[in-house]
Design a protein around this ligand. Structure first.
Ligand SMILES: [Zn+2]
Length: 325
């Protein structure tokens, strides 16, 4: 296999056990990871928590249950932007009832190790670029479709715009010209996330039927050829095609990886998206670029964020990467 220099350089370094975490809209996951392999892991429903302190205390308890004493550093992915200096999450995500103020500091103290916070799209793209579908490609773009919609880029050994990775808020509908542009959890209107995420699919399905399904359930109905679900998923993929086209314009030759809970619909979802990407007018320089063939499904699924957070934590500790800011 022809792995890229990012992967071979990482493999040449000494192996190190790292704590990894992933905080999603539904679950908190914590794990002990070494060189892309998960040794131990635990999953706790987010609905069990009502404050960042409660989350930090339970996380520290779960870490102590791992029984590790040779782990000095950890990385946790959050569904929101991160303050680079403090490592703390900046805004509370709209789908959680509480923010994360002081969480990293509280957990670092309770767990007795240095913990770094990362945006979860940033963690996932690094996981997939290092150990998954992107390990043979220099430029990897992550599209995580779950409760929200995340977007992040790795180019060679460099993360692109690691401070934000909020391409889910690229506009796909102009809120100035189109008053019907959908509201997004970020406070703007017309963002990709408001059309592409599992939450958006759930809302669209509810508008059409009066029945409330989760994004994953809409996906299952799509697989059963439910007519409304097919319409909902087709629309979401049409908007995702616009963001993939934007990612293409930013990178020109990147591999686009689809992950997150909704992407577990699998090949039929990818086939639908590829039809959208081959529609006239979507892709710039279409003669030179069959963009549809450069979109693939995640190989790591749920684990991409955990494995990437571990790499980011240990490499940040070693100052291995030189992020483009
Ligand atoms: Zn937004």
């Amino acid at each position: 296999m022809n792995v890229c220099t990012r992967v071979s350089n990482y493999a040449a370094r000494p192996a190190r056990r790292v704590l990894a975490g992933d905080i999603g809209g539904t679950n908190l996951r914590l794990a002990v990871v070494e060189r892309g392999a998960i040794e131990k892991s635990v999953r706790v429903p987010m609905k069990e928590f009502s404050s960042p302190q409660a989350l930090a205390e339970r996380s520290a308890l779960e870490i102590s249950r791992f029984g590790i004493n040779d782990v000095a550093v950890g990385g946790i992915g959050f569904p929101c932007p991160i303050d680079e200096k403090s490592g703390e999450p900046l805004f509370s995500p709209p789908n959680l009832s509480f923010g994360f103020e002081g969480f990293i500091d509280a957990l670092s103290r309770a767990a007795g190790m240095r913990i770094f916070g990362f945006n979860d799209a940033r963690s996932a793209v690094m996981g997939e670029a290092m150990f998954g579908a992107g390990r043979e490609r220099d430029v990897v773009i992550w599209h995580g479709i779950g409760t929200g919609y995340g977007f992040a880029i790795v180019d060679g050994e460099q993360e692109i715009f690691p401070r934000a990775n909020e391409g889910g808020h690229f506009k796909v509908v102009n809120p100035i010209l189109d008053r019907s542009a959908k509201e997004c959890g970020c406070g703007a209107r017309g963002c990709a996330e408001a059309y592409v995420s599992g939450t958006a699919m759930s809302e669209h399905y509810f508008q059409l039927t009066g029945n409330r399904l989760t994004g994953e359930e809409v996906g299952a109905a799509f697989l059963s050829k439910n007519e409304v679900a097919v319409k909902v998923v087709h629309q979401a993929m049409a908007y995702l095609a616009m963001n993939i086209s934007t990612g293409h314009a930013l990178t020109l030759n990147g591999l686009h990886v689809l992950g997150g809970g909704v992407a577990q619909i699998g090949q039929p979802l990818l086939d639908t998206l590829r039809i959208m990407l081959r529609s006239p007018g979507v892709v710039s320089w279409p003669r030179q670029n069959d963009l549809a063939s450069k979109v693939v499904l995640s190989e790591l699924g749920d684990d991409a964020g955990l494995l990437g957070a571990a790499v980011l934590a240990e490499t940040r500790d070693f100052s291995f990467y030189n992020p483009v800011l």
